[in-house]
Each structure stands twice: as C-alpha cells, then as structure tokens.
Design a protein around this ligand. Structure first.
Ligand code: HEC
Ligand code: HEC
Length: 233
C-alpha cells in the first residue's frame, strides 16, 4: 500500500484526538492511547512497553515485524498492517528522539527472595557461562539503556511484558534478523530465571536521561543481526 493511503489510515485512527502540538503527534494519537502521549508507557499497565528514546533502528524493525509477521500482537498488527516503510521510519524516528523515560514499569511488582534477587543480578551483570548465557549488560550496555542502532533499553519495562517476550522468542513468534542472539539467550534460560530477571528489571529506576550507547561502543560477545539494521531513517 502506498504512503498516502497509509497516512490516511492512521489519520482515520486519530480523528478523536483533542489536540496535539505538532502534526506527527496528532497523527499518532491512536498510539498515545496505549503507549502514552510521549511514548513513555502507562503507569499501572502490565503489558505495554514504553517507546521513548529507544533506538530508531530497533523501533522500525519492531513495527515492520508486526506488519510482516515476525512479531505477533493483534492490536499492533492491525494498526500497521498497511503502513509502508517510509512512514514506519518516520514514526520510529519520532519516538527515538523523545526523552528516554518510562512510566510503564510495575510499581507494586512481586517481591523477590534474596536468593532470586541475587540470581537475577548475576544474570544481568555476569550471565551464566555454564548455560552459554552472556550478561544482559554485555549487549544492552552497562546501564541497560540499549545500544544504537538495534538494541533497546531493558529497564522500565513491565515484568509481564518481558516474560511474554521471552516466551515469544522461545516459541518462534518473535524473530529478529539472524543471527537472532536474543532468541538464543531466551532459549537458554529457565522459566524461573526469566521471571526473576524480568521482575528485577521492572523494579530498576527508569533510565531517565540515559540515551542508548553509541553504535560500536558496546560489542556483544556473540554476533547479533539486530546491530546490522539501518541506523537512522
Ligand atoms: C491497544 C493498545 C495499543 C495501541 C493502540 C498501540 N500499541 Fe504498540 N504495542 C502494544 C502492545 C501490547 C505491545 C507489545 C506487544 C507484544 O509484543 O507482546 C506494543 C508494542 C509496540 C512496539 C514494540 C516496542 C518494543 O519495545 O519492542 C512498538 C514500536 C509499538 N508498539 C508502536 C506503536 C505505534 C507506533 C502505535 C500507533 C500506530 C501503537 N504502537 C499503538 C499496544 C498498543
Ligand atoms: C548477545 C546479546 C544479547 C544478550 C546477552 C541479551 N540480549 Fe536482550 N536483546 C538483544 C537484541 C539484539 C535485542 C533486539 C532483538 C530484536 O530486534 O527484536 C534484544 C531485546 C531484548 C528485549 C526486548 C525489549 C523490548 O522492548 O521488547 C528484552 C526484554 C531483552 N532483550 C532482555 C534481555 C535480558 C533480560 C537479558 C539477560 C538475561 C538479555 N536481554 C541479554 C541482545 C542481547
């Protein structure tokens, strides 16, 4: 479908917008209903991720993934099913440029026992070499704020969302470019470890102001196709 009809499609979704400070924000009013007016997510939601400040290359790949069947979510797929690459790149660039922040993380999330907390922190900072799992921070950056152009922040995400994504990688319904290093991480961790690490991440302070690390400044210990995505639209 061509760009003009795609724009009309999203416009149709945004007609109920009361007001917006610029054209693109107005056109993305339909997105704000779930992801927040500034892509910051919604406090208290268990499932919707924030978008603000994530790398544009990453956001574009996810939007194209919902459209092309590499990610599965009925609402998301419905919204982007007829949208062309140019408009998706504009949307991705818009959210990437917003100040990185998140309201989406759990406030009253489940408590971890001291043992589970220590295990989660070890996975994040050191990994589990016995099971071939590198530290999360080896790829997501030392402050977990992500790495340009294709690796997102992992703090400020609701625990149930993170657990669900691990499930999607494990069963093949979420796929990134090969080599899909995150799929391999997800498949190497036990369900208990996934829940512990997701809970721990959801309780970390939001990375307010922390931008994703510059491209090339963090070199993952194994190759990730996600770092070969186009940098900026
Ligand atoms: C009905 C609620 C809803 C609406 C409206 C919505 N989203 Fe989403 N969005 C979600 C949910 C839920 C997910 C997580 C889906 C999953 O993978 O399980 C998501 C995921 C995403 C992701 C992937 C984020 C990441 O970190 O991987 C992007 C990007 C995104 N949405 C952008 C948009 C844009 C742009 C719009 C407007 C065109 C929009 N969304 C409208 C609910 C919504
Ligand atoms: C070898 C590198 C690597 C390691 C190690 C790694 N990740 Fe990832 N991660 C990635 C890449 C690349 C992506 C983006 C995949 C895509 O494009 O869908 C990603 C995406 C994610 C996402 C998706 C965020 C969103 O908004 O949807 C989460 C959550 C995540 N990783 C959590 C973790 C956790 C927790 C660990 C440690 C247990 C970890 N990752 C270890 C490379 C890695």
């Amino acid at each position: 479908m061509h760009r003009r009809s795609a724009a009309v499609f999203v416009l149709a979704l945004s007609t109920s917008a009361a007001c917006a400070d610029d054209g693109i924000a107005e056109r993305l009013a339909a997105c704000a209903a779930c992801h927040g007016a500034h892509g910051e997510g919604m406090r208290g939601t268990e499932y919707v991720p924030h978008l603000a400040g994530k790398p544009a290359g990453y956001l574009f790949e996810q939007l194209a993934g919902f459209r092309d069947g590499r990610r599965v979510n009925a609402s998301m797929t419905w919204l982007v099913q007829f949208v062309d690459d140019d408009w998706l790149r504009e949307i991705a660039a818009y959210y990437a440029a917003l100040p990185p922040r998140s309201n989406a993380a759990d406030t009253g999330a489940a408590q971890l026992t001291p043992e589970r907390r220590a295990r989660a922190e070890r996975l994040v900072r050191e990994g589990d070499h016995e099971h071939g799992v590198p530290a999360c921070s080896a790829c997501h950056g030392p402050d977990l704020a992500g790495v340009e152009p294709g690796i997102p922040a992992t703090t400020g995400l609701p625990a149930d969302y993170v657990v669900a994504q691990f499930g999607h990688w494990r069963n093949g319904s979420r796929r990134a470019r090969e080599p899909d290093c995150m799929r391999d991480v997800a498949r190497a961790l036990s369900p208990e470890d996934i829940r512990a690490v997701a809970t721990w991440l959801s309780q970390q302070p939001n990375a307010t102001g922390l931008r994703p690390a510059a491209a090339g400044s963090v070199v993952p210990p194994v190759s990730c196709g996600a770092l070969k995505v186009e940098a900026t639209p």
